[in-house]
Design a binder for this molecule. Sequence first.
Ligand code: NDP
Length: 247
Amino acid sequence: MTLAGKVALVTGASSGIGAATARKLALEGMIVGLAARRVDRLEELVADITTTGGKVIALPTDVVDPASCKTAVGTLIHHFGQVDVLVNNAGLMPLSNVDSLKVDEWQRMVDVNISGVLNATAAVLPHMMAQQSGHIFNMSSIAGRKVFTGLAVYCATKAAVAAFSDGLRMEIGPKHNIRVTCIQPGAVKSELYEQITDIEYRKQMDDLAASMTFLEGEDIAESILFALKAPERMDVAELFVLPTEQG
Ligand code: NDP
């Protein structure tokens, strides 16, 4: 697949894996829509990528809101006429035990990690179906494959993302020539732990970070490129990408 000139939408592009992916896709000559809520961070990234010759656009977006996702995709279509790649990356991971009853945090995870994926997918699908081409990446996690204490709700959301990815792939691959890749990273250096309000779990994750070398966001971006560059006949349906030191 020739990537130069293709149009991508990356959700959660304001930091971590999403920002690294946006940089990597732009380096390949793709036009990248940067979707997230923190406009200042998006503008910084736009300035940065533009300086190096990349073509990107900031799309202030809350993936929880279906209309916001539609607006982001509508803006891309308006300016560039197509949307070829969606990276469903926005997500939250505030760890806590279930008996702490941090129900607001549970709801937030369900809203962003599951509904956010569905909303952005619904926004791009009509265009990809009309084009009879496209590639959707869904960011699940190692936590979508196995369960960890403190992560019951997060694991449930990431297992949901994995299930949705596979069902989506089965339905839209054969019918609409749209590829779907579910990515399940292990520990990646990012801002993800900053939302942990439980002091014990925050310390546990900081200790984990000190105990091994985490992946960098660009490692996940590289995995995305691998799947994107595969021949059109080939759908890399799953990618399980771990730090070498993670057991
Ligand atoms: P970050 O916290 O650095 O990035 C999360 C991104 O999600 C931010 O850009 C944030 O932007 C965005 N986001 C959150 N809520 C919304 C919303 N309502 N609408 C739009 N964007 C939103 O963490 P990571 O880069 O690590 O996380 C990216 C993805 O990777 C997540 O889905 C995470 O679950 C997954 N993952 C991460 C792993 C890790 O170890 N880091 C391991 C496995 C999976 P903003 O606040 O500006 O809206």
